[in-house]
Design a protein around this ligand. Structure first.
Ligand SMILES: CSC[C@@H](O)[C@@H](O)C(=O)COP(=O)(O)O
Ligand SMILES: [Zn+2]
Length: 216
């Protein structure tokens, strides 16, 4: 199937994903090999480039990514395994055909927010200027980021993420695990992820300041 993909298209996708991986690694967004990234290279049938599983993502090499199909199966000979969470990426590409890239990171901020607000099933954020980074330009917009349980069965996790995913708010939190954010292009997915992480950090800082001020 990947024979239909030109070497040039594969190389271009590789370079774009490698650049994102390097930037996120520099921010400390891949602690202890966590996180995974993907970039769609073919719509129908679905083929995407995804990070190999279990690698130290602060390092770069020829085995960093592999091409997989819509079932998460490698479409070329490889000794590497695709990300253990490849099915979540596939589910998001299937749910939203306009999505071109899906990024997943574990940060302290997204984990704490996911735990604090899990009981509500979502965290409401806003009004906040950086919501515009998600492509939402309404004045005083308030967004709701869904939060799902962190189940070990990845097929169930993928199904849960796709079920609550809202195309208008391009991210889903997984409880005490991390966030999946997406966009039409790698640049858009990166912008969305940066906006979410800013909003989570802001929310945590605000909660901490308010708690510290009680009784002052
Ligand atoms: C090393 S803890 C993180 C993993 O369990 C997983 O959640 C993760 O994000 C990375 O898995 P991977 O298979 O490398 O893509
Ligand atoms: Zn993860």
């Amino acid at each position: 199937m990947s024979g239909a993909l030109t070497t040039e298209a594969r190389q271009q996708a590789w370079m774009r994903l490698a650049a994102v991986k390097e930037q996120f690694a520099a921010r400390g967004w891949f602690p202890a090999t966590s996180g995974n990234l993907s970039l769609k290279v073919q719509e129908d049938p679905l083929v995407f480039l995804v990070t190999a599983s279990g690698k130290d993502k602060t390092e770069s090499g020829p085995d960093d990514f592999l091409l997989v199909d819509g079932d998460g199966q490698p479409v070329e000979a490889t000794k590497n395994r695709p990300s253990a969470e490849t099915r979540v990426h596939a589910a998001l590409y299937r749910a939203f055909p306009e999505v071109g890239a899906v990024f997943h990171v574990h940060t302290v901020a997204n984990n704490v927010i996911s735990e604090l607000f899990f009981a509500q099933g979502r965290v409401s954020i806003g009004p906040q200027e950086l919501i515009k980074g998600l492509g939402i330009w309404d004045e005083d917009a308030v967004i709701e980021v869904p939060i799902v349980e962190n189940v070990a069965d990845i097929a169930r996790l993928a199904e849960a993420v796709a079920r609550v995913a809202n195309p208008r708010v391009p991210g889903v939190l997984i409880r005490n695990h991390g966030i999946y954010a997406w966009g039409e292009s790698p640049l858009a997915a990166k912008r969305h992820l940066e906006a979410f992480e800013f909003l989570f950090q802001y929310r945590l800082a605000l909660l901490q300041c308010r708690a510290a001020l009680v009784g002052v």
